[in-house]
Design a protein around this ligand. Structure first.
Ligand SMILES: NC(=O)c1ccc[n+]([C@@H]2O[C@H](COP(=O)([O-])OP(=O)(O)OC[C@H]3O[C@@H](n4cnc5c(N)ncnc54)[C@H](O)[C@@H]3O)[C@@H](O)[C@H]2O)c1
Length: 321
């Protein structure tokens, strides 16, 4: 059985659906602080907090867990700048509870949801060799957990894969689940809400970056392509693969303005833009090279095109918002 922390959230729910569809038994562990009951359609659910070591212990005792996918975390970069205490506690200290429970119960495989937010930004697509320099407490929490995993591997033999996602986007092609954060701060859903008339405009934070059109560049990866990478990473560990980190990216940066333009074409709706000052913690460009995931895990993204990604998100948004 696969334990999925944060499985009621955006990416965890997509991975849960894919694993369940492949006949794997899953157990979602989520406190529903940011997740959604509506996304709990597959596998078993335990409503509990990663900050509760007893609840974790009882889970590992009750269910035949052999692997862990660890999505459970706070994720908003801006919120982490305002509230580092909450982020270090929830993301780092609570991950120690999870890892200690794994060690205690002899569970030795974990796939960790890391992020491109750990890297020093670069004009070129970044490989895993890029120097680490998180620009926010959120990014710091991801790097701290990667470091802790390396130490737990040394001391206790835990085997891990760190998947460093670039920007997750899009939705389940069946439109059963999609991107839903509250409050929403992610670009694609915000732009689609504006296209649907649910918000009057889109705020663009910073139009004076050193990028072709002055707005930040991001590399978007379809959420189901991320999900596939988790299955490949589990297989990799099962086959004895060594602990490692892999970028999940499409090696193509789209500016905020390009995303808004693509969403306008997909939806056929005008999208009003208001320029705002830069936001603390935002890097100017985060574009990734996922060559290592391709060659080692055999990961090949199926929906690399931004308009195709947005189209899947739009179907879900229209059905659900
Ligand atoms: N969305 C992205 O573009 C992106 C990019 C890089 C990395 N990530 C990472 O991927 C993971 C999933 O992101 P997401 O977009 O699905 O976020 P999300 O907020 O939709 O999901 C996170 C889930 O974790 C749960 N959770 C948080 N704290 C918990 C706790 N203490 N106990 C139990 N459950 C808890 C929340 O209720 C929520 O369901 C996160 O670790 C995030 O940092 C996301």
């Amino acid at each position: 059985m696969i334990l999925i922390t944060g499985g009621a959230g955006y990416i965890g729910a997509h991975v849960n659906k894919m694993l369940s569809g492949a006949g794997r038994e899953t157990l979602v562990y989520d406190n529903l602080s940011r997740g959604h009951r509506e996304f709990l359609r597959w596998g078993t659910f335990v409503e509990a907090d990663l900050g509760d070591p007893e609840a974790l212990h009882s889970c590992f005792k009750t269910y035949p867990i052999d692997s862990v996918l660890h999505f459970g975390a706070l994720i908003e970069v801006g919120e982490s700048v305002m509230n580092p205490s909450g982020f270090y506690r929830n993301n780092v200290a609570n991950t120690l509870n999870l890892l200690d429970a794994m060690v205690k119960h002899g569970v030795g495989r974990i796939i960790f949801s890391s992020s491109c937010a750990i890297y020093e930004p670069s004009p070129e697509p970044m490989t895993e060799e890029r120097p680490v320099r998180p620009s926010s407490p959120y990014g710091q929490t991801k790097w701290m957990i990667e470091s802790i995993l390396a130490d737990y591997a040394n001391a206790y033999g835990i085997r891990y894969v760190n998947l460093r996602y670039f920007n997750a986007a899009g939705a389940d092609p069946d439109a059963e689940i999609g991107e839903w954060h509250e409050p929403e701060t992610h670009l694609v859903p915000i732009v689609l809400q504006a296209a649907a008339g649910l918000r009057p405009h889109v705020d663009v934070y910073g139009a004076d970056y050193d990028t072709p059109d002055g707005t930040c560049l991001r590399d978007f990866v379809h959420v189901n392509d991320l999900a596939t990478a988790h299955i490949l990473a589990l297989d990799y560990l099962r086959q004895g693969g060594a602990p490692d980190a892999f970028n999940l990216a499409n090696a193509r940066g789209y500016s905020v303005r390009e995303v808004i333009g693509a969403a306008g074409r997909v939806t056929g709706q005008p999208i009003r833009v208001i320029e705002k000052p830069r936001r603390a913690g935002d890097a100017d460009r985060l574009v990734g090279d996922a060559g290592k995931a391709r060659s080692t895990l055999g990961w090949v993204p199926k929906i690399p095109d931004l308009e195709d990604i947005i189209r899947t998100a739009w179907v879900w948004h229209r059905r659900n918002l």
